[in-house]
Ligand binder design. Structure first.
Ligand code: HEC
Ligand code: HEC
Length: 338
C-alpha cells in the first residue's frame, strides 16, 4: 500500500513536471528522438520474408521483344501460342486436331512456362535428352512433351515432325538459350516442399479446398469452361476432363509444390498464401477424387527408380501403396538413401 502510494506520487510528479516544462516553453525532445537517445526500446522487427527462394537468383525468360531477330521466329511464336492456348488448337474442339482434354499447357506451366517455380521450361533445352526412370530410356524433348499430352492432357501424342511439335520444341529451345548444357537454373520446375512428419490428410484438405479453391475451381472441382468451348477460365481439378492418374500432378509432391508457390491464383513463390500443411492436405484431397485412368505398361521397367510418392506398386521397398501415396514420406526417403 505504501509502495503504491509512493508510485502514484512519483507518477504525478513526472506528469506534473512534463506539463510544467511544456507550458514554460522548454523544448521537449520528440517522441522518436527520445526513443533513440534515451529509452532502450526493442528495435521494431523487420517482417520475415516468406519467399520460398531468393528472388535475386531466379531464372528469367529471355526478352520476348527480341524474338523477331531469330531465324525461326515464326515457329517460336506459334510454339508459345500453342502452349498458352492449347485447347483452341488441339483440344476437344481444336481447329488443328482434336487430341486432348481441353486443358492448356499454360494451366500448369504458368505464363507459357516462364514463371519461377511456376513449373517453367527453363531446364528443358539444357537437360534433354536424358534418361528417365519412368521410361527407363533416353527421352528427348519431343518424347517429354508427348508425355504431358498423354497424361496431363489425357490425350494423344503428336508426331515429331508435325508443325505443332516443331514449334513447341523451338519455343522451349529459345526459352532455354541462356542456360548452359546440363544446368538447371534456380527456380526451374516445381518447388520442393518440405516433407511433413505425418501423412497428408484428405479430410483436412477438403476444408482447405472449400476455403481457398472452390471459389474458382468450383464446389464440384469442374472449373469454369469458356463459352466458346476453347478451354477454361478456371480449369477442372478432378473428374473426366482433368489430368489422368499417370500424370505428374497425381504425385503428391508435384501437386503440393505447385500449389504452394502458385495457388490460390495470385500466390507466388515470393508471396505464398498456403501453409506447407495446407498444401499437402489439399493435394491429398484433390488426388483422392475420381479422375481418368490409363495404363502405360512400359512405365518403370526398374521399379527401384519409382519416386517416393509414386502411388502405384509394386515397389522395391516394403512400404504400402497408401504410404507411397499420402506419406509420411520421410521414412521412405531414409530407406531409399541407405
Ligand atoms: C495438369 C498439369 C499439366 C499440364 C496441363 C501440362 N503439364 Fe507438362 N508437366 C506437368 C508436371 C507436373 C511436370 C513435371 C514437373 C516436375 O516434376 O518438376 C511437367 C513436365 C513437363 C516437361 C518437362 C520439364 C522439365 O524441366 O523436365 C515438359 C517439356 C512439359 N511438361 C511440357 C508440357 C506441354 C508441352 C504441355 C501441353 C501440351 C504440358 N506440359 C501440359 C504438368 C502439366
Ligand atoms: C482466383 C481463382 C483461383 C483460385 C482461388 C484457385 N485457383 Fe487454381 N487455377 C486458377 C487458374 C486461373 C488456373 C490456370 C492458370 C493459367 O492458365 O494461367 C489454375 C490452375 C490450377 C491448377 C493446374 C491446372 C489443373 O487444372 O490441374 C491446379 C492444380 C490448381 N489450380 C489448384 C488449385 C488449388 C489446390 C487451389 C486452392 C488452394 C486453387 N487452385 C485456387 C485459378 C484459381
Amino acid at each position: 500500500m505504501v509502495g503504491l502510494l509512493a508510485l502514484a506520487t512519483a507518477l504525478v510528479g513526472v506528469v506534473g513536471g512534463v506539463v510544467f516544462m511544456s507550458y514554460s516553453g522548454i523544448q521537449l525532445p520528440s517522441l522518436t528522438e527520445q526513443q533513440n537517445a534515451e529509452v532502450n526500446l526493442p528495435v521494431p522487427e523487420v517482417p520475415v520474408s516468406k519467399a520460398l527462394a531468393d528472388p535475386a537468383q531466379m531464372w528469367h525468360s529471355p526478352d520476348w521483344a527480341l524474338v523477331d531477330s531469330e531465324p525461326n521466329a515464326k515457329d517460336i511464336k506459334y510454339g508459345k501460342e500453342l502452349i498458352a492456348n492449347t485447347a483452341a488448337y488441339l483440344g476437344p474442339n481444336g481447329k488443328v486436331k482434336k487430341i486432348s482434354n481441353g486443358l492448356n499447357c499454360q494451366n500448369c506451366h504458368l505464363q507459357a512456362g516462364t514463371v519461377p517455380l511456376g513449373n517453367n521450361y527453363s531446364a528443358v533445352a539444357s537437360t534433354y535428352p536424358k534418361v528417365r526412370g519412368r521410361s527407363g530410356k533416353s527421352e528427348d524433348v519431343v518424347a517429354r512433351i508427348n508425355g504431358c499430352f498423354q497424361r496431363s492432357l489425357n490425350g494423344d501424342a503428336l508426331p515429331a515432325d508435325s508443325k505443332e511439335m516443331v514449334a513447341m520444341v523451338a519455343y522451349m529451345n529459345w526459352l532455354g538459350q541462356d542456360v548452359a548444357k546440363g544446368e538447371k537454373p534456380a527456380g526451374a520446375g516445381i518447388y520442393e516442399l518440405p516433407l511433413l512428419d505425418r501423412a497428408a490428410d484428405p479430410i483436412k484438405g477438403k476444408s482447405v479446398y472449400d476455403r481457398q479453391c472452390q471459389s474458382c475451381h468450383g464446389p464440384d472441382g469442374q472449373g469454369l469452361a469458356k463459352q466458346d468451348g476453347s478451354g477454361y477460365t478456371y480449369p477442372p481439378l478432378w473428374g473426366e476432363h482433368s489430368y489422368n492418374q499417370k500424370a505428374g500432378l497425381f504425385r503428391m509432391s508435384r501437386f503440393a509444390g505447385y500449389v504452394k508457390a502458385n495457388m490460390p491464383f495470385g500466390a507466388t513463390y515470393e508471396n505464398p498464401i498456403l501453409s506447407d500443411e495446407d498444401s499437402w492436405d489439399v493435394a491429398a484431397y484433390v488426388n483422392s477424387l475420381d479422375r481418368p485412368d490409363r495404363s502405360f505398361p512400359n512405365d518403370w521397367p526398374d521399379i527401384s527408380k519409382k519416386p517416393m510418392d509414386h502411388p502405384f506398386g509394386p515397389y522395391s521397398d516394403s512400404f504400402t501403396e497408401t504410404q507411397h501415396k499420402f506419406g509420411p514420406f520421410k521414412p521412405i526417403q531414409e530407406a531409399k538413401s541407405k
